[in-house]
Design a binder for this molecule. Structure first.
Ligand SMILES: [Zn+2]
Length: 346
C-alpha cells in the first residue's frame, strides 16, 4: 500500500512517499481495519520528522495522527461496528488495564501511545486500531472534515472543559489563532459561553477569527499581551489563558492572568523551558494546568458535537497524497489558518 514515510529524522526532505508498504493485519479480535479516506496534519508530525527524545521509529515509518475512513474488517470480539461504517479515529492508544485506564483517564496511561508517533500513522491507505478508538459518523460525512476534526478538537476539549473548566461569561485568552488546537479552543470556548480574545501576528488571521466568533483580538507583534489584557480588563486580568507556545509567551500569559486564574497548556512550540515567579503563583492562587489528548468520554462528547454540527473544523487546504510534502511545508511556514488535509481515497 501507499504511504508517507520517513526512514531517518531530519528536515522535510526526509519525507518519502512509498508504494511498497505491507497492509497491516488484524493482530487481535478487538481491532478493526480501516481504509483511510483522508488524513490531517498536526504540529506533532513536524516533531516526529525532526525526531523526539525517547521516541524510536522503525523504518519505513508511516507518519500522521488524524484520519477518517471506512471500516473494512472487524475483529470477532467487536460489537456495534460493521464493515462499511465511516469512522473517526482517536489517535491515542492505551493499555486499557492500568489504574488510570480503569478510571477512564486513558491519556494518563503509562503505556499511552499516539498513532504516527509511537505507532504506525495515518498518512496511508489502511490502518489497524482498537475498536475503542473509532466512532461511527454518518455515511455522508465529508472525509476531509472528519480527518481535520479529531485530534485538535479532542485536545482543545480536554483543555477547556475538563482541565480549565471554563464557565459561561468567563474571559478566555487564546494565543496564536490559526493553528488547529487554537481554532478548536475558540469554537469550544464560544460554545461554553465565554468571552474570547485571540492573538496572532497576522491581521488577516485576526479578521478571520472575528468572523468565527472571537470577541476581541490582539496583534501580538511588538505588544506585551499581558499588559494589554490588564489594560483592557481594568487591571483585573482574565480567568483562563490557553498557551501552547511556551517560552516565547509564558511571562505574558501570566501577566494576563487574573486572581484565581487558570493557565492551560498542551505544548510549547517555541521552546519547553518556562519561568514562573512562585510568589505571584501562590499570592494570586493561580492554577497551571497541563493537558494532553483526550479520554473516551471526551471523544464521545466531541463526536456528538460533530455529528450535530455544533463543532466543525476549519480546513485550510486539501492536498493529494502525491503532494503531501507541500502540506508539511505549509505547516512549517506557519501560514495556514486551519487544518491541512491529505485526501487518500474517494
Ligand atoms: Zn492504561
Amino acid at each position: 500500500m501507499r504511504g508517507l514515510t520517513i526512514s531517518a529524522h531530519g528536515g522535510l526532505d526526509r519525507l518519502e512517499l512509498r508504494d511498497d508498504l505491507p497492509a497491516p493485519p488484524l493482530a487481535s479480535d478487538t481491532q478493526v481495519r480501516v481504509r483511510i479516506l483522508a488524513a490531517a496534519l498536526n504540529h506533532l508530525d513536524l516533531f516526529v520528522v525532526g525526531g523526539l527524545p525517547n521516541v524510536r521509529i522503525v523504518a519505513p515509518w508511516i507518519i500522521g495522527s488524524d484520519a477518517m475512513g471506512t471500516i473494512e474488517e472487524v475483529g470477532d470480539a467487536v460489537s456495534g461496528l460493521d464493515v462499511g461504517d465511516r469512522v473517526l479515529i482517536n489517535p491515542g492508544l492505551s493499555d486499557r488495564t492500568c489504574e488510570y485506564c480503569r478510571a477512564g483517564e486513558q491519556p494518563l496511561c503509562p503505556r499511552f501511545g499516539v498513532l504516527g508517533e509511537h505507532l504506525p500513522g495515518t498518512l496511508t491507505e489502511q490502518i489497524v486500531v482498537p475498536s475503542a478508538n473509532v466512532r461511527r459518523v454518518a455515511a455522508e460525512t465529508d472525509p476531509v472534515e472528519g480527518a481535520a476534526f479529531t485530534l485538535s478538537t479532542l485536545t482543545a476539549w480536554r483543555m477547556l472543559v475538563s482541565r480549565a473548566r471554563v464557565q459561561r461569561g468567563e474571559h478566555v485568552l487564546i494565543w496564536g489563532i490559526g493553528g488547529g488546537v487554537a481554532l478548536a479552543c475558540l469554537q469550544i470556548a464560544k460554545l461554553l459561553g465565554a468571552y474570547v480574545t485571540v492573538t496572532s501576528g497576522s491581521d488577516a488571521k485576526l479578521e478571520r477569527a472575528l468572523a468565527l466568533g472571537a470577541d476581541a483580538t490582539i496583534n501580538h507583534r511588538g505588544v506585551d499581551v499581558g499588559k494589554e489584557m490588564r489594560a483592557r480588563t481594568g487591571k483585573r486580568g482574565v480567568e483562563v489563558v490557553v498557551d501552547s507556545v511556551g517560552e516565547a509567551t509564558w511571562g505574558q500569559s501570566l501577566g494576563a492572568l487574573g486572581r484565581r486564574g487558570r493557565l492551560v497548556t498542551c505544548g510549547g512550540t517555541s521552546g519547553p523551558m518556562v519561568t514562573t515567579d512562585v510568589r505571584r503563583l501562590f499570592w494570586n492562587q493561580w492554577s497551571i494546568l497541563g493537558s494532553t489528548m483526550g479520554n473516551d468520554d471526551e471523544f464521545d462528547a466531541i463526536v456528538g458535537h460533530f455529528r450535530d454540527g455544533r463543532l466543525r473544523p476549519v480546513v485550510d487546504r486539501v492536498y493529494a497524497l502525491d503532494d503531501a510534502r507541500s502540506a508539511f511545508e505549509r505547516m512549517a511556514s506557519g501560514e495556514q489558518f486551519g487544518k491541512l488535509v491529505v485526501r487518500i481515497a474517494t
